[in-house]
Ligand binder design. Structure first.
Ligand code: NAD
Ligand code: UGA
Length: 454
């Protein structure tokens, strides 16, 4: 079966970029990205896209109106499509059973019910959202219980592995594409149909097909293992600070071992982003439900270590500033959870800023891509927060600078000029290890960083 018409429910960080790349690489397929939020769709149809992602603008401009459409007419999009991606949000539940840990599947269920209500022809429904193992079973039950005569459904799992800030490159040059489905002839045919889309640009050898449950679990496992590396290196950063070892040297030494590998060993103020924490909590919850408390505790430690790192870093800032920041001006450089994105979900900068505000500090914030309104939405305080449009005015008159995001532009700032405008002694806390610490000390700064005693 050759797919000609695809739709995606959810025009977020995953649905938008993923479907833009499908449209870009498959000119013969009509791709419609549909969302219940009219506002989000209007942004996708405007000059200023709702998300910042390097390379995305160019692709959207090239395909929009040709074979890529953004629409709030979700029903129409479902009716016309042969294959439907479900790319809706799956946040952590905040009420009821599993509160604070289990994934809330209400949006996935909502999407499945909508498909069941609207569909008038056969559909391949592809779970792209990150979900607990066995979620495809629930989607299948909803679809088949509401099945109209003559219509058949196939459910596939096709988790997304893109990282924000590098999404377009990750999609164009994916390490692998994973597709799970039923082991029946119909299930295999559906897998083949989805493979046919990706084969337009991904080598066949990189398209892995598995059973549905392996595919669902692999997504949670990949995020858990990635986050575990960060927690491991961050735990060692505390040992470095206490002993005089340098975490960058340690990371390099261990990363040279090809069995360990050099990537994802950057010590930091802790990982952020919408997924690592939520997906590990989800894994922990699944393990508890499966009566595997030891496995649950093992993965919980990855989160606990991340919380420890965030708290440890912020405590260090306060202790260094004579144990009081009350009335002091502290500049936070970077508010996004990583560079090259405007996304602030679970950003460690939020923890740092809220703690300093709790202690009575006045916070100056500059981030190249985060909107002022977003910063105010994220913080629990309303006062003593000032947002600036550049790093020089943000640091003016401050007692300390805290680097929370590793934006490239922070590395080339004129720190001589910044030093002149600051209160003395002037402190820099480099939570991302991106600055030249010796040069800063030469200028006169008091410098602290992660994983190295200065
Ligand atoms: P998001 O919040 O940015 O976008 C989800 C969108 O779905 C929202 O715009 C919402 O309005 C829409 N929506 C909800 N119900 C709908 C429905 N019934 N019909 C149409 N639209 C509906 O979320 P996201 O960051 O794109 O994440 C989506 C999923 O992908 C999550 O499960 C996440 O874990 C996973 N994921 C995210 C990333 C990432 O980098 N953000 C990477 C890999 C996987
Ligand atoms: C992560 C995964 O990398 C993706 O493969 C996955 O698809 C995605 O989650 C998801 O499921 O949402 P993302 O959160 O966008 O992607 O970004 P990462 O590059 O993984 O960074 C996550 C956090 O870890 C950031 O705060 C980053 O600064 C931090 N990090 C990353 C470190 O502290 N050290 C590192 O070495 C790497």
């Amino acid at each position: 079966m050759t797919i000609k018409n695809v739709c995606c429910l959810g025009a977020g960080y995953v649905g938008g970029p993923t479907c833009s790349v499908i449209a870009y690489k498959c000119p013969n397929i009509k791709v419609t990205v549909a969302d219940l939020s009219k506002e989000r769709i209007a942004q996708w149809n405007s000059e200023k896209l709702p998300i910042y992602e390097p390379g995305l603008d160019k692709i959207v401009k090239e395909c929009r109106g040709k074979n890529l459409f953004f629409s709030s007419d979700v029903q129409r999009a479902i009716l016309d499509a042969e294959l439907i991606f479900i790319s809706v949000n799956t946040p952590t539940k905040n009420i009821g059973n599993g509160k604070g840990r289990a994934a809330d599947l209400k949006y996935v269920e909502g999407a499945a019910r909508l498909i069941a209500e609207v569909a008038k022809s056969d559909k391949i429904v592809v779970e792209k959202s990150t979900v607990p193992v066995k979620a495809a079973d629930s989607i299948m039950k909803i679809l088949r219980a509401n099945q109209k005569q003559g219509i058949s459904y196939q459910i596939l799992s096709n988790p997304e592995f893109l990282a924000e800030g590098t999404a377009i490159n990750d999609l164009l040059n994916a390490d692998r594409v994973l597709i799970g489905g039923e082991e029946t002839p119909e299930g295999q045919a559906a897998i083949e149909a989805l493979c046919g889309i990706y084969e337009n640009w991904i080598p066949k050898s990189k398209i892995l097909t598995t059973n549905t449950w392996s595919s669902e679990l692999s997504k949670l496992a990949a995020n858990a293992m990635l986050a575990q590396r960060i927690s491991s290196i961050n735990s060692l950063s505390a040992v470095c600070e206490a002993t005089g070892a340098d975490i960058s040297e340690v990371a390099k030494a261990i990363g040279c071992d090809t069995r360990i590998g050099a990537k994802f060993l950057q010590a930091s103020i802790g990982f952020g982003g919408s997924c690592f924490q939520k997906d590990i909590l989800n894994l922990v919850y699944i393990c508890e439900c499966l009566n595997l408390p030891e496995v649950a505790q093992y993965w919980q430690q990855v989160i606990d270590m991340n919380d420890f790192q965030k708290t440890r870093f912020t405590s260090k800032v306060i202790q260094s500033l004579f144990n009081t920041v009350s009335g002091k001006k502290i500049c936070i450089l970077g508010f996004a959870f990583k560079k090259n994105t405007g996304d602030t979900r679970e950003s460690p900068a939020i923890h740092v800023a809220n703690t300093l505000l709790d202690e009575g500090a006045c916070i100056h914030i500059y981030d190249p891509k985060v909107e002022e309104s977003q910063i105010f939405e994220d913080l629990s305080h309303r006062q003593n927060i000032f947002v600036y449009q550049d790093a020089y005015s943000a640091t003016q008159g401050c007692h300390a600078i805290v680097i929370c995001t590793e934006w490239d532009e922070f590395m080339i700032l004129d720190f001589n000029k910044i030093y002149e405008g600051m209160m003395k002694p002037s402190y820099i806390f480099d939570g991302r290890k991106i600055l030249d610490h010796e040069a800063l000390i030469q200028i006169g700064f008091q410098v602290q960083t992660i994983g190295r005693k200065l």
